[in-house]
Design a binder for this molecule. Structure first.
Ligand code: AMP
Length: 193
């Protein structure tokens, strides 16, 4: 179960949250609680959040989204979670959806292995490979259940390679948000013909 509790202060979100996490056996992720804990422990995050909280303002979006991403990558979120107090702005909602969608929208061709994305790079005919006409499938590990966990594995085991290759001088950085054909040109320009 993955759900967001949305409602004005005092609507009874907390009351339902307690019941829902018990019913579904998933953690309750309250950004307010996480901030309060960080303030108590005197962490950097707590220091940054405190002034906003004291003024009754929202903590800046980037800070909140990063915090939630980190939290969702922890092991106990593998089978779901209940978000309480997040997202609170459109920016936060989009940040959260993008994280999940990028991974769960991928499709591959059963026959030739060509890759697609249902939103960013859809095939001409839904579910059918442009290149060979075979059926597209979702990789078994591209479901929501495993997406969050795979990001955590990446962070832990693979992201350190960025430092490693920076050290050897072999690293080149590219912006993967670009149009794929544009990006290809940049990569080819960097690699040489
Ligand atoms: P809450 O306990 O959910 O009412 O949150 C208490 C305070 O923490 C809020 O008034 C905000 O200052 C901050 N906060 C909690 N969640 C968020 C969020 N998703 N975005 C921005 N600020 C938040």
């Amino acid at each position: 179960m993955r759900a967001v509790l949305l409602g004005p202060p005092g609507a009874g979100k907390g009351t339902q949250a307690v019941r829902l996490v018990e019913q579904y056996n998933v953690p309750q992720i309250s950004t307010g609680d996480i901030f309060r804990r960080n303030i108590k422990e005197g962490t950097e995050l707590g220091k940054k959040a405190q002034e906003y909280m004291n003024a009754g303002q929202l903590v800046p979006d980037e800070l909140v989204v990063d915090l939630v991403k980190d939290r969702l990558m922890q092991d106990d979120c593998k089978n779901g979670y209940l978000l309480d107090g997040f997202p609170r702005t459109i920016y936060q909602a989009v940040g959260y959806d993008t994280l999940i969608e990028r991974l769960t929208g991928r499709r591959v061709c059963k026959a030739c292995g060509a890759g697609y994305h249902i939103k960013n790079m859809p095939p001409k005919v839904e579910g059918v490979c442009d290149k060979c006409g075979s059926e597209l499938e979702q990789r078994k590990d591209d479901t929501k259940e495993t997406a969050v966990n795979r990001i955590s594995v990446y962070e832990e085991s693979t992201a350190p390679l960025i430092d490693y290759y920076t050290g050897t001088g072999a690293l080149r950085n590219f912006n993967a948000e670009k149009d794929p054909d544009e990006l290809l040109k940049e990569i080819v320009a960097e690699l040489g013909a």
